[in-house]
Write a protein that binds this ligand. Structure first.
Ligand code: ATP
Length: 216
């Protein structure tokens, strides 16, 4: 069973910790704020009050034995960077850190953080795509050029098979899955039909997805 440590129990850290704990993983939650640590006892395996910029405190907790450590400190950029550096020096196998802005993210990457996440920026992108078309339920950037989108099937597609819509040629996008109510078809075939209310999980180049969004 993988063990996770979450440093910083703000909104982001709490959400990560709750989700992992809900999936029955072992989760250590750490914060300097005693009240936050008290609140966390219901959704983490162990909750500790400690300062992650204190090397000895991290060593005493055996932080290097955790499979993944998430640095969920945002506002205090200095504390976030120092924490990441100490974790790296102590040989933590996999570090994920939240960045406040691009420069913060760059520094974290240079230190050797394995995955830098930008929750506010990414959520902004998702909301903006949903504003362009209310049929876009979700939007995830896979790389600067490619993304994945969840799109409610448009009128023009209803009653047609994937082959008839001619997705690949018409929109240059691939349909990875079709969601119908609470069922999901994860390997749709060319002759699978699209019904009213279906949600298509589509992958493609950003500009091609945008054409599809505008038509959907
Ligand atoms: P969010 O948006 O996730 O609510 P945020 O980006 O505003 O959070 P902060 O509130 O600055 O980030 O930090 C998140 C949590 O990290 C806070 O609860 C704070 O007490 C905790 N924290 C900050 N510095 C440290 C530290 N050195 N060690 C442990 N916890 C820390």
């Amino acid at each position: 069973m993988k063990q996770y440590a979450i440093i910083g129990l703000g909104r982001f850290g709490t959400s990560v910790a709750k989700t992992l704990y809900g999936m029955e993983y072992e989760v250590l939650g750490m914060d300097t704020d005693e009240d936050k640590v008290q609140d966390a006892v219901d959704y983490v395996t162990h909750a500790v009050t400690a300062d992650s910029t204190d090397e000895n405190a991290l060593k005493a907790l055996g932080i290097r034995n955790f499979d993944v450590v998430v640095v969920a400190i945002g506002a205090d950029i200095q504390a976030s960077i120092l924490t990441a550096l100490i974790l790296k020096e102590q040989g933590v196998k996999h570090i994920v850190a939240k960045a406040q802005n691009e420069l913060h993210g760059k520094v974290l990457s240079k230190i050797g953080v394995d995955k830098v996440v930008y929750p506010e920026r990414d959520m902004g992108v998702r909301v903006a795509h949903n504003l362009i078309s209310p049929n876009i339920l979700d939007y995830i950037e896979l790389s600067p050029d490619y993304s994945m989108a969840e799109i409610v099937a448009g009128e023009k597609m209803l009653g047609k098979t994937l082959a008839e819509v001619d997705f690949r040629r018409k929109y240059r996008c691939n349909v990875m899955a079709i969601k119908t109510d609470d069922k999901i078809n994860i390997s749709p075939l060319a002759n699978d039909k699209i019904h009213k209310g279906d949600v298509l999980v589509v992958i493609g180049k950003n500009e091609d997805l945008q054409d599809l969004e505008e038509e959907a």
